[in-house]
Design a protein around this ligand. Structure first.
Ligand code: DGY
Length: 327
């Protein structure tokens, strides 16, 4: 029997790719850069399944080009804002993502960014490399304490809570904001207090973003809300770039509205090297690597493969984002 036809839009770790290659007739996009839209659309034509990345837009056009035989979209990420889930559901196509396995790794990176921005690690490293280190300086590269400070976590789901666990170890006061309060037992576990967004931004020394990207959260951290923050505050974003208004952030960092930002995700993404954020000493940017530990990327690959193969067999995906597709 012919194997199902599949397109994998980038090389992913062997933990998943080997299974996909073995069980399917797979075409893998081998380039480092994502397939250009026209090539993506030609590559998926007639496929039974697709394994996509957050850099691929899955919308009606994509689904039309794939064709009515498409059985599954497996997204190699926990976030799925690149997928028009409603369009997939309308066509009866289940969509899978990779929740859970990247929670701790992403929280580690959020924590690394928070620490690095607070203690000015990148600036310090540059200072040494530029040959500027002449003596021990009593006023050199001072920053805020992390321990004992207040952290405001926006989006108190799995990753937000994993960040709270780290914050607890640093003796921080933890406040959070989300669409709704988490159960009291969870608040008690982290000693976390629910606040309005306005209150959280006004009281926090560190603000860490962990919300999904949706029409409601696009531009959530805009000029007005940056204005509610302390001039000494540090903003950390490991969620999605468009949650923060980049133009407003540039102004806030330039004008001292807030002290610093540390970003794993940006808008636009990738951030061009000549973008104003890159020129700012008080802005640290890394290239969307929060889940990039070898072990975690391996687990994400295995999970994406499991979703893809289950969908091809007509079975329920292990982690569907649109379970309603099963009626
Ligand atoms: C995700 O999974 O959504 C991250 O942004 C990439 O790992």
């Amino acid at each position: 029997m012919a194997k199902p036809k599949v397109f994998v839009s980038r090389v992913i770790p062997e933990e998943g790719l080997a299974r996909v290659r073995e069980a399917t007739d797979a075409t893998v996009w081998e380039d480092e850069l994502p397939p250009p839209r026209d090539q993506l659309l030609s590559a998926i034509a007639g496929c039974d399944g697709v394994l996509t990345l957050l850099t691929d837009r899955v919308d009606d056009e994509f689904l039309d080009r794939a064709g009515p035989q498409l059985k599954v979209v497996s997204n190699f990420a926990v976030g799925f804002d690149n997928v028009d889930v409603a369009a997939c559901t309308r066509r009866g196509v289940p969509v899978g993502n990779t929740p859970g396995v990247l929670t701790e790794t992403t929280a580690d990176l959020a924590w690394a960014l928070l620490m690095a921005a607070a203690r000015r690690l990148v600036e310090g490293d540059r200072y040494v490399r530029d040959g500027k280190w002449k003596t021990w300086g009593p006023m050199l590269l001072m920053g805020p304490d992390v321990h004992g400070a207040t952290i405001g976590i926006v989006g108190f789901g799995r990753i937000g809570q994993a960040v709270a666990r780290r914050a607890k170890g640093f003796g921080m006061r933890i406040v959070y904001h989300d669409l709704q309060r988490v159960p009291k037992a969870v608040e008690a576990e982290f000693d976390a207090t629910f606040m309005t967004l306005e209150g959280l931004l006004a009281e926090s020394d560190f603000v860490s973003l962990h919300t999904v990207l949706s029409p409601e959260t696009k531009g959530l951290i805009n000029a007005e809300r940056l204005g509610w923050m302390k001039p000494t505050a540090v903003l950390v974003n490991t969620s999605r770039g468009p949650v923060v208004d980049s133009v407003a952030l540039v102004d806030a960092l330039r004008n001292g509205t807030i002290a610093a930002a540390a970003l794993d995700v940006t808008d636009p993404e990738p951030l061009p090297a000549d973008h104003p954020l890159v020129a700012l000493d008080n802005c640290l940017v890394v290239p969307h690597i929060a889940s990039a530990s070898r072990a975690t990327r391996g687990k994400m690959a295995a999970m994406a493969a499991a979703n893809l193969l289950a969908g091809l067999r007509g079975e329920r995906l292990p982690t569907p984002v649109n379970p309603e597709v099963y009626g």
